[in-house]
Design a protein around this ligand. Structure first.
Ligand SMILES: *Cc1c(COP(=O)(O)O)cnc(C)c1O
Length: 387
């Protein structure tokens, strides 16, 4: 069976983990954690980055930093992973879901302003598939209403918007290094802090609510409990693994883009023929080929296609039952305005196998099978060119 995802390896992971052993420092904030922080700060031009145990935890830290309290409202799309909402619900927020744009599956920036109330505290844009939301417009609204912008850039590491790294544009940005993401360490994440106001408190929240970081830098003479917090820092073993991936980030990115472009070109005739829809990348966005998805006619056709591919030993998946229609979403959130696209478009979406070093042959096989599902012959198969 052609898998949907294989966690990428660059080759240096084991050596770096061994080095962490040799350093005799396995808990958080050792040499490799610092190397990862430096890498983000240099390459993505962010003021401060902090590795976390997951993107979920980076989002939870953001909710604490934003001082979210019972009854506050947070605006986000409904087409996203549960953690985007859960992190704020944990602090008592009501989630206000706004419809997405059908072209990028991202929050429709033109619907945000009308969803703002006196209780609104933050906007959480999710960069779906590593393709940026319209951040200029979102930041402009946030400035006018004095709201915080927390980017869920779990899928957006190495993507840009107008040349700026995703995660570096809002007040706070959150990354994921879960094994299904472009750069991974099994489970992991990072909080990017682009507003100085949050730096010191973020370190405290991440270290169980203590001023341990300041103590180790010699800035205070006792180490004590000073604020809310939890244990949000990953071990050096995770950081060592992750650093091996970050060092190869360009290589991984180029490799994924190559595969993405192969899918795009190979499936273009079906798109041009009106049978499927291909992803749209706006002009001012550079994406990171996090995923390759297509949109088919409707839910029924999607179920048939996934089953057809499975019979031909290819694993394809769909995701995100819109949060507003889930049990928890009904309880903790409300949808503002009409759901014109969230449900409809989510039911049409299929994700194809996509990972670092997926072979050209495997991609061709997927394309051929999608073609034959739609009754199109083997026109695009390798065979025609090699025979
Ligand atoms: C993967 C993902 C998360 C959660 O990441 P974890 O590191 O697994 O906690 C959050 N939001 C989005 C949009 C994601 O894709």
């Amino acid at each position: 069976m052609l898998p949907f995802n294989i966690p990428g390896l660059t080759g240096n992971e084991e050596a770096y983990i061994r080095e962490a052993f040799k350093n005799q420092k396995l808990s958080g904030d050792g040499l490799f954690t610092k190397k990862c922080h430096g890498w983000f700060e240099t390459n993505f031009n962010v003021k401060k980055s902090l590795l976390t145990t997951s993107c979920t935890h980076a989002l939870e830290m953001s909710a604490i930093l934003a001082n979210i309290k019972e009854g506050d409202e947070v605006i986000m799309p409904s087409f996203t992973f549960v953690s985007t909402a859960n992190a704020f619900v944990l602090r008592g927020a009501k989630i206000v879901f706004v419809d997405i744009r059908p072209d990028t599956m991202n929050i429709n920036e033109n619907l945000i302003e009308e969803a703002i109330t006196r209780k609104t505290k933050a906007i959480v844009p999710v960069h779906y598939a590593g393709v940026a939301c319209e951040m200029d417009k979102i930041m402009e609204i946030a400035r006018r209403y004095d709201l915080l912008v927390i980017e869920d850039a779990a899928q957006g590491v190495m993507s840009t918007y107008n040349g700026n790294a995703l995660g570096s544009i809002g007040h706070l940005g959150c990354y994921s290094f879960h094994e299904t993401k472009n750069y991974n360490c099994g489970e992991g994440g990072a909080l990017l802090i682009n507003d100085d106001r949050f730096v010191e408190r973020a370190e405290i929240i991440r270290e169980k609510g203590t001023n341990r970081s300041r103590f180790f830098r010699g800035q205070v003479d006792k180490y004590t409990w000073v604020d809310l917090g939890s244990s949000y820092l990953p071990s050096e073993i995770n950081a060592a693994f992750l650093y091996a991936q970050l060092e190869m980030a360009s290589d991984i990115n180029n490799n994924r883009l190559l595969s993405w472009n192969r899918y795009f070109e190979g499936l273009r005739p079906l798109h041009d023929g009106g049978l499927i829809e291909l992803p749209h990348i706006p002009q001012n966005c550079e994406h990171n080929a996090h995923m390759f998805y297509i949109k088919v006619r409707d839910l029924e056709e999607r179920t048939e296609l996934i089953e057809y591919l499975k019979q031909n030993r290819i694993l394809s998946v769909f995701h995100y039952i819109p949060l507003h229609s889930s049990d928890a979403g009904l309880k903790f959130g409300r949808f503002h305005g009409a759901d014109l696209f969230t449900t409809q478009e989510s039911e049409r979406l299929v994700r194809l196998p996509m990972y670092y070093n997926i072979s050209k042959e495997d991609i061709t096989k997927v394309i051929e099978n999608i073609n034959s599902f739609y009754g199109v012959g083997q026109r695009y198969s390798n065979k025609i060119y090699t025979n």
